[in-house]
Design a binder for this molecule. Structure first.
Ligand SMILES: [Zn+2]
Ligand SMILES: [Zn+2]
Length: 300
């Protein structure tokens, strides 16, 4: 049996699932809603946590009525330039004071500043930013990339960055994928993409630790209830979906529920673990085209 070193863990861990959005803008930068209005919108949609990540500043959320949510202090930073000419955007979370760097800082320097002064950081919307794999490979250590961004999806039709993620995974990068809203509320771009985090308690420290450990999955709708690998089988259990996919970023060895000979709906599927698998990830897609993305599962 192949040993699993990846992100199966959250599904069998003790703890609770907490739903949250890690990327949002208020009137403190270019968003339409005030910080309190954002908190109200997410609280009314039963979120457990929210990060207000205004551009190039740290919005103080300590005076807000949190309405039962954990408010994670964060910031979105811009800098450097990809080979196609766009700036990099980086989301930093667990930020205690504003993060500054030189106006001509490279993307590497922006990421280093973010890493030094936050609990975790990740690359925002690679598709929207037209970042290439060469741009992304050149960055220092970070958590991962936004696999889905709601405002980029509804704004310009480039919300998904699974292709970039797979390219990086195939090249040996150990990066996680996060779905976020990046809500600005100039059009309906809230409550579209989120992370589900498995943590022992609903606190900022526990949520950030769980995120760093990869104890989460991302979704625009479906629920992943179980991922399990036993005796060379990979088992997936989820809310009703039309297709369950095991995606192998390296050439040629993934699989999908479609090969089981019926079109769905499915709430579970089992796949044979292939000898060639080094890393795979699971996607489930419901009848409305909404997706949930597991984090990668690495095999040794
Ligand atoms: Zn951005
Ligand atoms: Zn943003």
């Amino acid at each position: 049996m192949k040993a699993v070193v990846g992100m199966i863990a959250p599904f069998s861990l003790a703890g609770e699932w907490y739903k949250g959005n890690l990327h949002t803008h208020s009137t403190e930068s270019d968003g339409q809603a005030s910080p309190q209005q954002l908190v109200d919108i997410y609280a009314e949609n039963a979120y457990d946590f929210l990060a207000i990540t205004d551009h190039m500043r740290l919005t103080d959320t300590t005076g807000l009525e949190a309405r039962g949510m954990v408010l994670i202090p964060g910031s979105e930073l811009h800098g450097g330039q990809g080979e196609l000419g766009q700036h990099y955007h980086v989301v930093a979370l667990g930020v205690r004071e504003p993060i500054s760097f030189a106006a001509d800082a490279t993307a590497q320097q922006v990421m280093e500043a973010a890493t030094a002064r936050s609990e975790l950081c990740f690359v925002a919307h690679p598709s929207w930013s037209s970042l290439t794999y060469r741009d992304l490979l050149s960055l220092p250590d970070h958590l991962g990339i936004e696999v889905y961004n709601t405002t980029c999806h509804h704004g310009i039709g480039r919300g998904e960055s699974a292709v970039q993620w797979d390219d990086l995974l195939a090249r040996g990068q150990r990066l996680l994928g996060l779905a976020v809203d990046d809500a600005h509320l100039h059009y309906p771009d809230a409550i579209g993409g989120w992370v589900m985090v498995k943590a022992p308690e609903r606190s900022e420290a526990a949520l950030l630790t769980a995120l760093r450990q990869g104890h989460f999955y991302s979704s625009t709708g479906p629920t992943i209830e179980m991922l399990e690998s036993e005796e060379d089988r990979l088992y997936v259990k989820c809310s009703p979906v039309q297709e369950i996919r095991v995606i192998c970023p390296k050439p040629g060895h993934g699989s999908t529920s479609y090969r089981l000979g019926r079109p769905g709906p499915f709430t579970e599927a089992e796949f044979a673990v292939r000898e060639a698998w080094e890393v795979v990830r699971v996607e489930v897609v419901d009848a409305r085209g909404r997706v949930a993305w597991s984090n990668p599962i690495w095999f040794v």
